[in-house]
Design a protein around this ligand. Structure first.
Ligand SMILES: Cc1cc2nc3c(=O)[nH]c(=O)nc-3n(C[C@H](O)[C@H](O)[C@H](O)COP(=O)(O)OP(=O)(O)OC[C@H]3O[C@@H](n4cnc5c(N)ncnc54)[C@H](O)[C@@H]3O)c2cc1C
Length: 463
C-alpha cells in the first residue's frame, strides 16, 4: 500500500483519535497493553490499539487506515493470535461483549467481544445451549468465523452452520448486514473465511434446547496409553451421532486448576459427551470404563452450563504452539505410530496430543453453504505445546515429527481455527481451490484496497 497523503505514519496516527469516539492507545500509552493476546507467544506490536465500543469505531478505524496506508486487524481474546506488526492498527473488541437471548426464538445476538462463557451465562438459565467449543474463554466471533468444532460437533455439525446473520464492517469501511437473504456472498465467506472480508461487530446464533448431557472425561495413567488408545480407536467407530468423543495424551504441569492426580505425569483423557437418551449414553461408554482402572472419572449427567469441564482446557494466558493434521482414518497402525512418537517413553515434549472424532453431522453440507471446508475428515489430530523460549524450538520440531508419523493417514488439510500461522502454504491446506478462488474474489470486492490483514486473510495472488 502507498501512503496517499503527505503525512508520515507517525503524524497520521496522532489524528486517528478524531475518527473514533473511543480510547486509542499508541505504543507506551495506557491501554496499549490490551493488545497482549491469550497466546502470549505471538508477537503483537501494532501501530495503535483501538478499544472499540461501537461498530462506528470499527468503521472509522478501517476508513482511517485506508486513507493513511495502514492495515487493520482484529482481536477479541487472543486465543488465535498470530503476530501483528507496527504497520497494522489493532481493533480490540473485548468491550463489545453484549449478549441478548430471545428464549422464544431460541436465538442470541452476541457482540464481537463476547466469549462463549458470556453466552453460556445468558442462555443456559433458559435451558438453551450455545454451540461453543471446548474452552468457554474463547471468543464467539473468532470461533464462528473459523467454522467452530465443539464438543457436540458430530451431533450438531460446525457451530457456524447455526449462525443466522452477522453485522460486519467490510474492508471498504461499510457497515453491512449479512444473512442468507442479504449480502449472501458475505454470509457465505464470513463462516470459515475468518476476517478475510470484514470485521464482524455482532452475530446472531441459534440456541439449541439442550439443558443437560451425559459427559466428562475418564483419565488413565500414561502406562495404560497403548491399551486405552487402541481400545478407543476401535470403540469409537460404531458410536451414533448423539455421541462425541476425543482422546488426549496429556502432560500437564502442576498449575492451579490441574487436579493433583493428573499433574506432572503422562495421563490419557477420554472425553465424552452424549445427548438425547442419557442412559444409553452411559451404556455406550461402558467398554471404555472397562479398559483399565481410571485415575479419575468425571463422566456423569451434567448441566449444559458445565460443558467446558469436558476438556478442561487451560484458562490463563500462556505461550502455546499448535499443529493440526486431519486424518481420513485411524487404523491400529496409525494409533501405534502415534504412541511411538507421543506415548510413554517417547520423550514427547507436548502438553497435549489430542484426537477428536469428527464425522456425523459435520460431514453433511448445511442448508446454507459456507467457506468452511474439510468436513469429510474422520479425525482431527492436534498437538499443543508450551512455547516457553527454552523449549519452543524442540516442541515445534517434535510437532513436525508427530505429523510425519501419521502422514500415511493424513489428508494434508487443516481447519481455520487450529494452528493459525502466516505460512504461505496454509491457505491451500485450509480451503479447497474453489473456496480460495471465491474468497479472494470477494476480498477484491469487499476490501479492494487490502486494508484488512491477519495471518489468515485470503487475497488474490497478483503476478
Ligand atoms: C484453549 C483453546 C481451545 C480451543 N478450542 C477450540 C475448539 O474446541 N474448537 C474450535 O473450533 N476452535 C478452538 N480453538 C481455536 C479458536 O476457536 C480460535 O483460535 C479462534 O480464532 C479464537 O477466537 P478469539 O476471538 O478467541 O481469538 P482472537 O485471537 O482474538 O481472534 C483470532 C482470529 O479470529 C478472527 N476474528 C476475531 N474476531 C473477529 C471479528 N470481530 N471479525 C472477524 N474475524 C474475527 C480473526 O481472524 C482473528 O485473527 C481453541 C483455542 C484455544 C487456545
Amino acid at each position: 500500500m502507498t501512503v496517499p497523503t503527505e503525512l508520515t505514519h507517525d503524524d497520521a496516527l496522532q489524528t486517528l483519535r478524531a475518527h473514533v469516539t473511543t480510547h486509542v492507545a499508541l505504543p507506551g500509552e495506557p491501554g496499549y497493553e490490551r493488545c497482549v493476546p491469550w497466546n502470549v507467544a505471538a508477537a503483537v506490536t501494532p501501530a495503535a490499539v483501538v478499544l472499540a465500543t461501537t461498530p462506528e469505531d470499527v468503521a472509522g478505524t478501517v476508513r482511517f487506515a485506508a486513507a493513511h496506508g495502514f492495515t487493520v486487524t482484529v482481536q477479541a481474546t487472543g486465543h488465535g493470535a498470530v503476530g501483528i506488526g507496527p504497520r497494522t492498527i489493532l481493533v480490540q473488541t473485548s468491550a463489545m461483549k453484549h449478549c441478548t437471548v430471545d428464549p422464544r426464538a431460541r436465538t442470541a445476538r452476541v457482540g464481537a467481544g463476547a466469549r462463549w462463557q458470556d453466552v453460556l451465562d445468558a442462555a443456559t438459565p433458559h435451558g438453551l445451549a450455545p454451540l461453543c467449543g471446548s474452552a468457554p474463554g474463547v471468543g464467539v466471533v473468532g470461533f464462528l468465523t473459523g467454522g467452530g468444532i465443539g464438543p457436540l460437533v458430530r451431533t450438531v455439525g460446525a457451530s457456524s452452520d447455526h449462525v443466522r446473520g452477522f453485522e460486519v464492517v467490510t474492508g471498504d469501511g461499510r457497515l453491512l448486514r449479512a444473512t442468507p437473504e442479504c449480502n449472501a456472498d458475505l454470509f457465505w465467506g464470513l463462516r470459515g473465511g475468518k476476517a478475510t472480508l470484514g470485521i464482524v461487530t455482532s452475530v446472531e446464533i441459534d440456541l439449541l434446547p439442550i439443558a443437560e448431557f451425559y459427559g466428562g472425561a475418564l483419565f488413565f495413567d500414561g502406562s495404560d496409553a497403548a491399551a486405552v488408545l487402541r481400545a478407543w480407536a476401535s470403540w469409537c467407530v460404531d458410536l451414533p451421532e448423539t455421541v462425541n468423543t476425543s482422546i488426549a495424551i496429556q502432560q500437564l504441569p502442576p498449575l492451579p486448576g490441574v487436579p493433583e492426580a493428573l499433574a506432572g505425569r503422562m495421563t490419557v483423557a477420554v472425553r465424552y459427551t452424549a445427548v438425547g437418551d442419557l442412559a444409553e449414553g452411559e451404556r455406550l461408554l461402558a467398554p471404555m470404563r472397562a479398559v483399565a482402572s481410571s485415575l479419575l472419572d468425571t463422566v456423569a449427567v451434567m448441566a449444559y452450563a458445565a460443558i467446558g469441564a469436558v476438556h478442561g482446557d487451560p484458562v490463563d494466558p500462556m505461550p502455546v504452539t499448535e499443529n493440526q493434521a486431519l486424518l481420513s482414518s485411524l487404523p491400529i497402525e496409525a494409533v501405534d505410530a502415534l504412541l511411538a512418537v507421543a506415548g510413554p517413553g517417547s520423550g514427547s515434549p507436548q502438553a497435549i496430543v489430542e484426537l477428536r472424532m469428527l464425522g456425523g453431522a459435520l460431514a453433511r453440507e448445511p442448508r446454507h453453504r459456507s467457506a468452511f471446508c474439510r468436513r469429510d475428515a474422520a479425525f482431527s489430530l492436534l498437538t499443543i505445546g508450551v512455547a516457553a523460549p527454552a523449549i519452543a524450538a524442540t516442541v515445534v520440531e517434535h510437532a513436525g515429527a508427530v505429523a510425519s508419523a501419521v502422514a500415511p493417514w493424513a489428508t494434508g488439510e487443516q481447519m481455520p481455527n487450529f494452528a493459525p500461522s502466516y505460512d504461505p502454504a496454509r491457505p491451500a491446506r485450509v480451503y479447497t481451490e474453489d473456496t480460495l478462488h471465491w474468497l479472494a474474489a470477494l476480498a477484491d470486492r469487499y476490501d479492494p484496497a487490502g486494508v484488512l490483514a491477519t495471518g489468515q486473510v485470503i487475497r488474490t495472488v497478483r503476478g
